[in-house]
Design a protein around this ligand. Sequence first.
Ligand SMILES: O=C(O)CCC(=O)C(=O)O
Ligand SMILES: [Fe+2]
Length: 318
Amino acid sequence: MGEERAHAAVSRRGDEVLQQDRGEPTTVVLVVDEERDLGLGRLAERVVAGDADDVVLEEGEEADPVAVVDFLTAFYRYGYVVFRNTPVEEGTVRRICDRLGYISGNNFGWTFDVRAEPRPTDLAYTAIKLLAHTDQPYRQPVPGIQLLHCLRNEAPGGDSTLADGLAGAEALAATDRAAHAALVECETEFRYDMVTDTVVTYGQVLDYDRSGRFRQIRLNTKLDAPLPRADYDLDAYYRGRRWLCEWLNDPAHQVTFRLEPGDAMFVDNYRVLHGRTEFDAAQGVRHLQGAYIDHDGPDTMFRLAARRLAHNSGESPS
Ligand SMILES: O=C(O)CCC(=O)C(=O)O
Ligand SMILES: [Fe+2]
């Protein structure tokens, strides 16, 4: 991947969303050094904490536009944000989704409970370690943003891990061009086939738009298989897949933190991979509630908040 393309590939940012709003071209997004470092290394060292009260409010209350722009700027830059101090009540994740966008239902329901279950239908519902993955690559469209709200986290272990898929893709391109190209080119089947659910779709592990901008990573190694086409370089494909998995699961490229009750993690499922360390369910309860929303809701929220700020400061809104 050329230098120019690598720069253009650094994800969506707030000013890009605004440019779209103004009908300006958005193909080249130059990044400042700070983001460049981030794009090649690990995610931000510290968790970007939003103040839930400023953004996630009761029905009828208006969010503070400064807080909205701050929180979404952090999200566009890092690919995730954690809200602190939200109510420790079941259903909070649904309320947060309703404030920030449009909830996206799926085979697990509108919201889902993540805890160790006796008869799990998904690895998430066990106590074992989860490697870095993106969620639901088998859906069409893949859900844009995942929310995980922590109700209880009393078991030893169960820390959250995040890794930057965009950074991993760039690092692979710099290391092994052919392997990167194979993950961009080879169509992969993603399948979830359990009990009453059969959800299947096809797509690339690394997805770029026609101008070379990074659009999406789909990586979930329990659910994927490349199509067996004679013109595919499957050696390069599997080499790239293995390399990416190792890179993304290397603690040097991950942020690890513990969700406390009331924390809500807000993760771009098109860019950032999540996982967790193993926990001991015999020694305590760990209970998260999850849900997904599309990107449209927060993007709209960002545009409206930025317009309000421009208006308040006397600039003519564009
Ligand atoms: O238990 C966790 O922290 C994450 C579980 C998970 O991967 C999911 O709910 O999608
Ligand atoms: Fe997951």
